[in-house]
Design a protein around this ligand. Structure first.
Ligand code: AHR
Length: 657
């Protein structure tokens, strides 16, 4: 844990007096204040969202009912039934979700008919909180109204809320009712049973907490969406990742199916349900309830630039051979049209076909889309030959839109070396690089961009995370600290690195396929990892311009285990300096603000630090505060900032004019 800075100062003073022979080494950094460097893009630090680890359905999307429309291939997956329950597909009100259930009298006074939904590893209910139940229903009897009883159940099978709903109409109609939970329960269920003698049809059974993020009906889980907003992301990449590509083209993410009324958005299988044989999740589907409209809205709410990524016509290349399962180059028209239509959906006037869809969903104003990604982790000649016609069509119709191409699944190697020149040839605006690498790579790569070609496309570090295999790839402090060290290199090179996003974002503790992840959650709680806080410290302290910070004339890329970067910030009217010490010894550092005007005075602003003597420390749902940024201090002496960077620490210092 963080040591007391004052005590250390006193102790080191004492040691200096008593044992002058043991002089503590100190390090001299120089911040060149004469030249304000390249702008740091507003998009510099952002978020990458993918529906992996139950991040969308069962996670950020606040719907509590799994398979709410009965349209999973096994229609009753997620549901328990009792009595006389029939699945039908004729005359559904929703063309793209045809299945529904009919609950009928079981034919005995002491028998019951009903259905129970298990939620996503249970349903989380909070005492005194309210939940909006809704259902599309039809009374199948002509003479008398039918009743259903709706109940919230706890893990002991007790009823913790209930309401009766009368189904009056012989036509499909939406009914809703609010339930107040009497208990807090992490593993709850929803039960509906027929409370009259007759038959009733039920379709699109939904249960949301009333208290969603921004109070929206088809809303997001508040704690999770708030955690994203609190980062202050500059860009929001969605909806993936590999789900953009799909295991095959049928299972790719199709944005057009993800907009319009939620009841009519068809179910898509989630490719992560069977990607890893040791982590099968047969019940992992995408309801598309969290669709492109909701992603645009969330971007807007967070103040982040939306960055949608679309299929380029290549299904996941890890899972498909060269000719197998891809769209032939000459047959890409509908895919290219999808990209053009998406731009129209986001930016077009309400009179345009897709702008009208957006307006009807509640957002007549454009979303002001500026970026689009075409393809995720693609490689080989298959990719540029498909990307090219997309680029031509987008440039022709929407010349202001910036196009992001891929450099493949790895940050180096044959595919990477082939694709970067191809992206230059095609004049992509940004190139997406992915690196899931071991700790040493992060330590050794802080200079990665120092000598990148400044003339080509800019860099989007679209997916990265430090994978500490020795610890089962958990979100330990080491991974976060080494990411912080590496990120000084992103910041120093903000003239060409215009965006970076950690990956993946979310994981349900009981239903994850991939780790590490930035935020973990169960049905009631969420936990921010040390990696989250590193991202947050960068995003909230990104500044407006890069400043030159050196030691012995060189950028700090790991000499003496020290990494550092600095920015100027217009709003602060001062500098923000980030220093990472990856050794286990504290380091005394003097940072001279070189070139400052003679009578210029500086004041010290807020300073924060993340530090732990144990690199294996993690945050958990029970102890989410093991590692969090804490206030620290430093001494500003004229033009010199004196700091003590504790062993294994990431520090952020602010200096105002
Ligand atoms: O973030 C998890 C996966 O890693 C993404 O879907 C993919 O792009 C990468 O391989």
């Amino acid at each position: 844990m963080k040591k007391n800075f004052c005590k250390i100062l006193a102790l080191s003073a004492l040691l200096t007096c008593c044992t002058s022979a043991v002089a503590q080494q100190s390090y001299e950094f120089s911040l060149d204040t004469k030249k304000i460097g390249a702008p740091v893009q507003s998009t510099m630090y952002g978020l990458f969202f993918e529906d992996i680890n139950f991040a969308a359905d069962g996670g950020l999307y606040a719907e509590l009912v799994k398979n709410r429309s009965f349209d999973f291939p096994q229609n009753l997956m997620g549901w328990y039934t009792f009595g006389n329950v029939d699945v039908r597909k004729d005359n559904s009100p929703f063309e793209r979700n045809p299945a529904y259930v009919v609950l009928s009298d079981p034919g005995h006074e002491h028998k019951r008919t009903g259905i129970e939904n298990e939620g996503f590893r249970g349903m989380g209910f909070v005492k005194d909180a309210t939940y909006r139940f809704s259902v599309w229903a039809k009374n199948m009897n002509t003479n008398e109204a039918q009743k259903i009883r709706v109940e919230l159940i706890n893990s002991k099978n007790d009823i913790i809320a209930n309401q009766e709903v009368t189904i009056t109409s012989n036509d499909w109609r939406k009914y809703d009712v609010t339930l107040t939970s009497q208990e807090t329960e992490e593993k709850g269920r929803l039960r509906i049973f027929l409370a009259s003698k007759g038959s009733v049809a039920l379709e699109h059974v939904s249960l949301f907490p009333s208290d969603t993020y921004k109070g929206r009906e088809n809303g997001l889980r508040k704690d999770l969406a708030q955690a994203l907003t609190d980062i202050h992301p500059g860009v929001f990449r969605f909806p993936g990742g590999c789900i953009v590509e799909g295991t095959d083209l049928d299972s790719r993410y199709d944005w057009k199916k993800s907009v319009g009324p939620v009841e009519n958005r068809p179910v898509n299988e989630n490719r992560w349900r069977y990607t890893f044989p040791h982590r099968f999740y047969p019940d992992y589907y995408q309801s598309y309830g969290l669709g492109f409209y909701e992603y645009f809205l969330l971007s807007e709410d967070m103040g982040a630039e939306p960055l949608p990524v679309l299929s380029c016509g290549l299904a996941c290349q890890f899972q498909n051979g060269e000719e197998h399962c891809h769209v032939p180059v000459g047959e890409l028209d509908s895919y290219i049209q999808d990209a053009l239509d998406l731009i129209e959906f986001a930016n077009g006037p309400v009179t345009s076909t897709w702008g009208k869809v957006r307006a009807e969903m509640g957002h007549p104003a454009p979303f002001n889309l500026k970026y689009i990604g075409i393809g995720n982790e693609q490689w080989g000649k298959e990719y540029p030959e498909r990307l090219e016609p997309f680029i031509k069509a987008i440039r022709a119709k929407y010349p202001a839109i910036k196009i992001i191409g891929s450099s493949g699944p790895s940050a180096d190697g044959k595919e990477f070396d082939y694709l970067w020149p191809e992206m230059k040839r095609l004049e992509a605006d940004l190139v997406d690089e992915h690196y899931y690498k071991e700790p040493e790579w992060f330590l050794n790569s802080a200079n990665r961009y120092d000598n990148y070609d400044r003339k080509g496309p800019a860099v989007f570090a679209g997916e990265y995370a430090c994978h500490d295999y020795s610890r089962g790839k958990d979100n330990n402090f080491k991974s976060a600290l080494y990411e912080a060290a590496f990120m000084t290199g992103l910041e120093r090179n903000a003239d060409i690195v215009h965006m970076c996003t950690y990956a993946p974002l979310f994981a349900h503790v009981e239903a994850w396929q991939w780790n590490p992840d930035m935020i973990w959650f169960d049905n009631l709680h969420s936990m921010k990892t040390p990696n989250y806080y590193v991202q947050q410290l960068y995003a909230r302290n990104k500044g407006t311009n890069v400043m030159k910070l050196t030691m012995n004339g060189k950028p700090l890329t790991g000499q003496n285990s020290l990494y550092a970067s600095a920015v100027f910030d217009k709003e602060l009217n001062g500098y923000i300096i980030k220093v990472v010490n990856t050794s286990n010894e504290a380091k005394d550092i003097q940072i001279e603000l070189k070139g400052a005007k003679k009578n210029q005075t500086f004041t010290l602003g807020d300073c924060v630090s993340m530090q732990d003597n144990n690199l294996n420390t993690i945050n958990t749902l029970d102890n989410p505060q093991n590692i969090v940024p804490e206030k620290t201090t430093a001494i500003l002496n004229g033009n010199t900032l004196n700091i003590k960077a504790e062993g294994q620490s990431f520090n952020v210092y602010k200096i105002r004019f």
